[in-house]
Ligand binder design. Sequence first.
Ligand code: PLP
Length: 374
Amino acid sequence: MSSITQTPNISIPSDLLPEDGRFGSGPSRVRPQAATALAEVATSFLGTSHRKATVKDVVHRLRVGVADLLCIPEDYEVVLGNGGSTGFWDAAIFNLIQTRSQHLSFGAFSAKFAKGVAGAPHLADPVILTSEPGTHPQPVADPSVDAYAFTHNETSTGVAMDLRRPSSDGLVLVDATSGAGGLMFEPKETDVYYFAPQKCLAADGGLWLACCSPAAIERIERIGASDRWIPPFLDLSIALASSRKDETYNTPALATIFLATHQVEWINNNGGLQWAAARCSESAEIIYEWAESRTFTTPFVADTSIRSHVVATIDLHDVSADEIAQVLRANNIVDVESYRALGRNQLRVALFPAIPPSDIAALCACIDHVVEHL
Ligand SMILES: *Cc1c(COP(=O)(O)O)cnc(C)c1O
């Protein structure tokens, strides 16, 4: 990438550096232990059939592990397929929205799903509720909608929302891509809690996972059996049948499945979601306290009750965020640039479970060092 100004030549002392320089909000840091474990199965797992036990056993462990991690009720099911969260949006358009949906649109990701739905010729125009970046709109009970689309954590702005059913009718569809595995929630308040594994699950992208309630499964099966045309790749009734056999409709990335399973089991063995969420909260406390105590920084999200504990957005004053990010990059600390479309003088830092709070503290010290020497 070319930069307009030359990167200032600032070398951060090695004792200040984090143990690992990856702070991106997606794809995000993959634990080296997981990558090592993957290398160990390079000739026994990689390059083998996804229709045979070697891979199906890992898919099974992933589905069971996700159910344990997210403490979903017995009658919810973990479904998975290819295409990441963006692919899942299109599947939802075909297979989860009956007629009309309501969307809380408060950042790039939630807006993208709403826009996709608005373009679907077989659906009524969605109700799209918006709010200023750095906030989120409140859902409104509406008998004319049959699905509510929430975003657990808006990765573009660092806003997290509480998940509550707005009404006893209508499915609650939650994009939990950057929240799943790092934020607490009440599963019963959701019907479809879906995500991709390249954020809190510290794996690679390309896959989607969805925890589906009995009501969601009923809708998937009913729409799947109706005369609505659904491209098979996006047909969740096919994905459901494949998932029940611990398979995917077409070939998945085996490395992604392996890495996600490794991370889920690592979290579960350490104390589960409560442990992971506490670890993210500890990182959040470190970075927000730091940002509030410096004259050149302010947390972007003013309302502390919706300030994300998995993605921190920090506004900068009188210093250039881009310049700081460039210097950090030259010191192998990467991907703390803000979400471009937000257009703010900002740094964005992932606080996902794979990143130890000590590295967040180290990052803050490194930014202090850079600002002092600019
Ligand atoms: C990253 C992200 C997505 C997109 O995920 P893909 O797997 O790249 O499609 C969607 N929603 C949210 C909230 C995200 O953070």
